[in-house]
Design a protein around this ligand. Structure first.
Ligand code: NAP
Length: 245
């Protein structure tokens, strides 16, 4: 059985470990845009496929038996291409999506705001604070330039060109609550903007913000393409693949 594993996440790397250990032939695919990306075990290919057409060709040429989409919840283009290519080729597809975040205490009271886009978050932010911590990655940063507010933007890789209107902090998770508390205090952050990435690696900022009474704006995930099967755990993916062996 040959599996194409669309990756770029910690879950995809852990899934590659599990599949290789079970002698399932897996090819992990990375977009190839992150400098010094941590590579999964097993075979790896890097770079785009060339849209849906390219992915269809790749699935056929490589005689792929199943596709697992373990990309980041905000990698919506890749997920929609995978859904379309799977439908066209008849190759079974399963999407692995980690659960989204909720307010750490379960009490979001009036400090937790969900919005649909970076633009909507940028509209809201001046009503909530004046010293902003942006943790939305490189994409979507520009929407916040016009707020004119002091902004600390944390990214894994530097945006190119580097924005002049904000202070950049280059760092890769996992982050600990104590460090996040220190960072928020040091920069006197009074509003946090994030996207609903989910997972433990970068969730500490939410606990830190809640402890300090800092409001949080969360950008909602893009929806999955209609009709696509999705699960939340690695075990469910392994079970789904094993049943197809
Ligand atoms: P995207 O907007 O959904 O995809 C843009 C294009 O990049 C796709 O059309 C595809 O090119 C290529 N691509 C994306 N993921 C790929 C993969 N795993 N293997 C091969 N090609 C891929 O994706 P994105 O949001 O820029 O994310 C790029 C990668 O970074 C993803 O693998 C994702 O898992 C990871 N990542 C994203 C985020 C995020 O916040 N978006 C955060 C952490 C990690 P073609 O059309 O040419 O095939």
């Amino acid at each position: 059985m040959k599996v194409l594993l669309l990756g770029g996440t910690g879950e995809a790397r852990r899934l590659a470990d599990l599949l290789v250990a079970q002698d399932i032939e897996v090819v992990s695919s990375l977009a190839g845009r992150t400098a010094n990306a941590r590579l999964p075990v097993g075979a790896v290919r890097q770079g785009g496929f060339g849209g849906v057409e390219g992915l269809v060709r790749w699935l056929e040429d490589e005689r792929v038996d199943a596709v697992v989409d373990a990309t980041h919840p905000f990698a919506a283009t890749m997920t929609s291409h995978a859904a379309e290519a799977a439908a066209r080729t008849g190759v079974p597809l399963l999407v692995l999506r980690r659960p989204g975040w909720e307010s750490p205490s379960g009490d979001s009271s009036n400090k937790w705001y969900s919005v649909d886009s970076a633009a909507a978050a940028a509209e809201l932010v001046p009503q909530l604070g004046s010293r902003v911590f942006l943790t939305i990655g490189r994409q979507g940063l520009d929407a916040f330039a016009r707020t004119g507010l002091w902004t600390l933007a944390r990214c894994v890789d530097a945006p190119d060109p580097a924005p002049s209107w904000c202070t950049l902090l280059l760092a890769r998770g996992p982050f600990a609550v104590d460090d996040e508390l220190e960072l928020l205090r040091e920069h006197r952050i009074d509003v946090l903007v994030t996207k609903d990435s989910g997972g433990d690696m970068t969730a500490a900022k939410l606990t830190a913000a809640e402890r300090l009474g800092v409001p949080v704006i969360v950008i909602r995930r893009p929806p999955l393409p209609p009709g696509v099967d999705a699960v939340e755990s690695l075990d469910q993916v392994v079970g789904w693949l094993t049943a197809r062996r």
